[in-house]
Design a protein around this ligand. Structure first.
Ligand SMILES: [Zn+2]
Length: 226
């Protein structure tokens, strides 16, 4: 198990670099976590550490109640939300949180992002939904994420007046969903500013989603890494 954990520490630390590379985070906001497969454990970013200083060594190993079991630093202040998602959704292997600008502007208005783009149909299978307003600290954010995404195609939820949470089979898949969420939110914003979007037929959205989830990409890669 220790090799598995050290590999996850490495990959979770590295995936935080994607949040800065794609401009999804400011200062120390935002976080990535990964479940330790087969164990009630997760690896998550430490609280309040600069992105430039993140490394495998300072990632925090926590149990699925959000309590640290290894590491000297306190875990991210969003740890309770990540832990709640892992407890409630056994298929989820990675969780990401950002306040990325365009997606969070939709969250601030409490408006879901309607699906008017093939790329959104591919990744999200339709609208990107809004979740409830919830204060940080207890299980409320986690409950809001789980209640909104359970039975929903979208791996991303816009938590009202807050920001984006994404889930995936792996941490990398959840990071990809966070990147794509901001990308479609930006285009949806411009579309709204320029005029009226042209609706897409539900059958076309369904066909795009099915193809992307089941056929797209290299055959040797799992879909989560497409
Ligand atoms: Zn936040």
């Amino acid at each position: 198990m220790s090799r598995q954990i050290s590999e996850l520490r490495e990959s979770v630390a590295r995936l935080h670099g994607e949040l800065t590379r794609y401009g999804l985070v400011a200062w120390t906001a935002g976080n990535v976590s990964a479940r330790v497969p087969g164990h009630d454990l997760m690896v998550i970013k430490p609280s309040g550490v600069d992105y430039d200083d993140l490394s495998a060594d300072n990632m925090v190993l926590c149990d699925l109640d959000g309590m640290p079991v290894e590491g000297e630093l306190s875990p991210s202040s969003d740890t309770a939300a990540h832990a709640y998602v892992y407890r409630a959704m056994p298929e989820v292997g990675g969780v990401v949180h950002t306040h990325s600008t365009y997606a969070t502007a939709w969250a601030a208005r409490g408006e879901s992002i309607p699906c008017h783009l093939t790329a959104q149909a591919d990744e999200f299978g339709g609208e990107i939904p809004v979740g409830p307003f919830a204060l940080i600290g207890g299980d409320d954010i986690g409950k809001g994420i789980v209640s909104t995404l359970t039975g929903h195609r979208s791996p991303a939820v816009l938590m009202r007046n807050h920001g984006v949470f994404t889930i995936g089979r792996t941490a990398r898949a959840a990071v990809k969903a966070a990147v794509m969420c901001e990308d479609v939110a930006r285009t949806a914003h411009l579309t709204r500013a320029l005029g009226r979007p042209v609706p897409m037929a539900q059958a076309d959205i369904d066909a795009l989603y099915d193809r992307y989830q089941n056929v797209y990409g290299q055959r040797s890669s799992p879909p989560a890494n497409s």
